[in-house]
Design a protein around this ligand. Structure first.
Ligand SMILES: Cc1cc2nc3c(=O)[nH]c(=O)nc-3n(C[C@H](O)[C@H](O)[C@H](O)COP(=O)(O)O)c2cc1C
Length: 196
């Protein structure tokens, strides 16, 4: 949580986009966050994610970058989000590759995305990971256990079959709705069990 700030301050969500499959999830999350007037998104895109944007979507890198309020260079270790003194509400890494999982779990912060996640953990802020891989090796599982024990939320992009969704778009909204729930950000179209 941010400290010593007025109740109506603009809240900052750090968004990490790494090179796991699921670039569309970051794009949808950024589009949804644009409708949240009291929030700012602070985006850092890994080199791997640049490849998945190109492979999986019709967006250019610059179009994705323009969806954020603040954009960071992955190599800029001097950026604001590299310091725990810069107040944010936490960070979501969506999608999160197994390499990025490993980097955070081992404290090996050799890019800004990893450093920002390391800072989020050490400051005891919300760190939400949306890891995507299948099958998962024992190494992947051990790294995720380490991170869960350190306080991170491990939220793989799991299909909510019980919601009887009709499209990939609906499914993505459910996945993102659950992630943003960790930050108490309500979104339109998110189905809660028992409410519909
Ligand atoms: C199209 C594409 C899809 C990929 N999907 C995954 C994936 O689902 N999970 C994963 O862990 N890595 C995946 N990778 C591999 C990662 O991008 C690669 O390990 C990269 O080094 C991750 O680095 P980063 O976390 O810094 O982005 C994929 C790579 C490409 C090009």
């Amino acid at each position: 949580m941010q400290q010593n700030l007025p109740d109506n301050h603009t809240k900052r969500l750090v968004v990490g986009m790494s090179g796991a499959s699921g670039a569309v999830l970051t794009i949808k999350l950024l589009q949804i966050m644009k409708t949240c007037s009291d929030w700012e998104t602070h985006l850092v895109i890994s080199k791997g994610a640049q490849m998945t944007i190109a492979q999986e979507t019709d967006y250019s890198l610059s179009e994705v970058e323009a969806m954020a309020d603040v954009l960071y260079d992955i190599n800029d270790y001097g950026a604001k989000i590299a310091s725990g003194t810069y107040p944010t509400e936490g960070m979501v890494i969506i999608p999160c590759s197994m390499k990025t999982v490993a980097g955070i779990a081992s404290g090996y912060s050799d890019n800004l995305l990893l450093r920002a996640a390391d800072v989020t953990l050490k400051e005891r802020r919300n760190l939400v990971l949306v890891p995507r891989e299948s099958p998962l090796s024992t190494i992947h599982l051990r790294n995720m256990l380490t991170l869960a024990e350190a306080g991170a939320y491990i939220m793989p992009p799991v299909v909510p079959y019980y919601s009887k969704l009709n499209s990939l778009e609906d499914m993505n909204v459910q996945i993102i709705g659950k992630v943003l729930d960790r930050f108490h950000i309500p979104i339109e179209g998110f189905h809660r069990w028992g409410e519909h």
